[in-house]
Write a protein that binds this ligand. Sequence first.
Ligand SMILES: Cc1cc2nc3c(=O)[nH]c(=O)nc-3n(C[C@H](O)[C@H](O)[C@H](O)COP(=O)(O)OP(=O)(O)OC[C@H]3O[C@@H](n4cnc5c(N)ncnc54)[C@H](O)[C@@H]3O)c2cc1C
Length: 404
Amino acid sequence: MQVAPIPTLDDETNQIRLMTADIVANDIIPNEHFLRQRDKQSLAHWGRLMGIVKEKGLWAPHLPEEYGGMGIGFLKLAYMNEILAWSPYSNPIFGILAPNSGNQKILVKYGTAEQKKKWLEPLVAGTMQSCFAMTEPDNAGSDPRSIQTRAVRDGDQWVINGHKWFASNAKHADIAIVMCRTEDESNADSKGRMTQIIVPTETPGFQYIRSVPVWGQERGHHGEIVLDNVRVPLENALGKHGSGHQAAQDRLGAGRVYHCMNCIGQMWRAFDMMVKRAMQREVHGGLLAEKQFIQGFIADSYMDIQASRLMTIRCAELMESGFDARTDISAIKVFVPNAMHRVVDRAIQVHGALGVSAETPLEGMYRGARTLRLADGPDEVHRILIAKNVLKRYASGDSWDFGL
Ligand SMILES: Cc1cc2nc3c(=O)[nH]c(=O)nc-3n(C[C@H](O)[C@H](O)[C@H](O)COP(=O)(O)OP(=O)(O)OC[C@H]3O[C@@H](n4cnc5c(N)ncnc54)[C@H](O)[C@@H]3O)c2cc1C
């Protein structure tokens, strides 16, 4: 892993990139086989590496300083993500553990002082676990307005009934942030409103059914949950009544840029592995690197990565400058995971059987790229949004702002 300062970036961003790369390259990647074991020796490595991150002031880059984070803002974090992504172990070692990290950010933005004390502080301290429960088995997750989980007011309580699944980390969660339909039947104007409500998982009626195995693994604990007359105080609602959809968009908008920078970092690693393997593996009387098929893989992958990177950084810069970047967010959300799918696929092919084994991070990257094409808004939904936004602009008499 070789990371040099980028001349167009400010000193602080370059400094963060270089310090992050130093830890990822010299402390995390060489220890990946230990970190994977999760035995006593492995836990000692985890603890030691977390200590190094904290000592260097790089802990929890997604959080403001008042909650023990770096307080570096959106763009610097995006650049940091590209480097963290070289190893699947970096994010938790740097204090970013999904879905807790997303829930922490939503609590920072929407939580009351009391909610922050009760749930954000223990989540940051690591003494509490959480999940986010939006998707439902009987309704389309790609159309969140179809959600049927309902929260009805009864005195000073919400009464929640519904069925969720794929709530990552649900098995270990102390609280679930549950997306609920909270329209007041007597008021037609409020129909279709969504509110996120914090539900402690020990509340009577909160039933953890099972972990839905994904790619043959139980590990993510993507939980199926039934909420059967679950009662929580009205003050457990996060943000204003009806702000749930906006809060979900806030979570996903910036999150999509981070996901894409994360994909790009993984693509760089897959590319690096592919080129090195091609330069040392002999087949049919010569190195793989001398075969034109393999040279094509290298060239196509280089173009996929650079195109993804430029698109994502441009989108992040538009967002940072306050432009409406919704079309570009959809564009990167489609293009980048598909590019990653192609790059990792080529890297696997060059590695042969080793590529699909658990001896390298490639097979995990492949599953991640494929999953990302349907999670956080499937490809088709984002393509529709891009076309809709462009056509709307032309229909109003404008053309696109070419060059922006
Ligand atoms: C590993 C993993 C972790 C997850 N973690 C969480 C979590 O923590 N919390 C949570 O709430 N959810 C989570 N999810 C769920 C995820 O967000 C949903 O799966 C996703 O939003 C898609 O919803 P769905 O599965 O209901 O697919 P559906 O909405 O049923 O869509 C199925 C397919 O239909 C197609 N489609 C959709 N709309 C259109 C259209 N307009 N035109 C043409 N085709 C279309 C797309 O190809 C789409 O993939 C997770 C999923 C996975 C795989």
